[in-house]
Unconditional design. Sequence first.
Length: 255
Amino acid sequence: MARKSRKKARSASRRKPAPRRRSRAGGAGALLRPIRGLLRWLRRLVLATIGVMLTWISAYAFLDPPTTPYMLSEKARLGEIDHEWVPLSELSPHVAPAIVAAEDANFCTHWGFDMAAIRAAIADGGRRGGSTISQQMVKNVFLWQGRSWPRKALEALITPVVELIWTKQRILEVYLNVIEFDKGVFGIEAAARHYFDTGPESLTMRQAALLAAVLPNPKQRSASRPGKAMQERARRIADGAATIRADGRAACFQD
């Protein structure tokens, strides 16, 4: 009996083990591995992009942007552009209040978005703009022109970061140096010489108001040859500049 038991044990040990069936869980894991790898790669890409943007935004809080995407596209189209940087402290005292009164009277009091202006623009059916100076600066310096949801979404994300890192004076200084005043004419320095053959430090209130009146449509309006409607707009801008000086809404950019 013992001999038979040993034979059975040896024969059983020689038998090949039955092939294992691959579990469904293991198959699903194999399918999920590439997806998990892709998600990790995307997460790293997003974090790297955020890091680059934060570095870029932080650098421009102190360094003057040498150019912008729009300037580059216009230079490629026109062959050359007129642009020279000038610090805010070297501008005529009439420039900043005129530009702010024309473009964003509540510039000193908002955090990047003027909700009252946005509601007014919506109520008007989108015929008027609701963008602040901060938003326009972000669009010009970091993004591209044109109306698109991706650009607006990025603008909405970047603007509060800029407001958090930069001073209001810096936002206005960069804005004044990158906005377009005529075809290929960028910044307040080039605009002053282009329209009035004078330096930006010598601009009068009327000249500053006329330059501000150009901004909604710089390719179609001229500060040196203003029509009746534009002259009236310039008068309203000059009045608005006096108002924001008197009520304290110019305090964040004027000493």
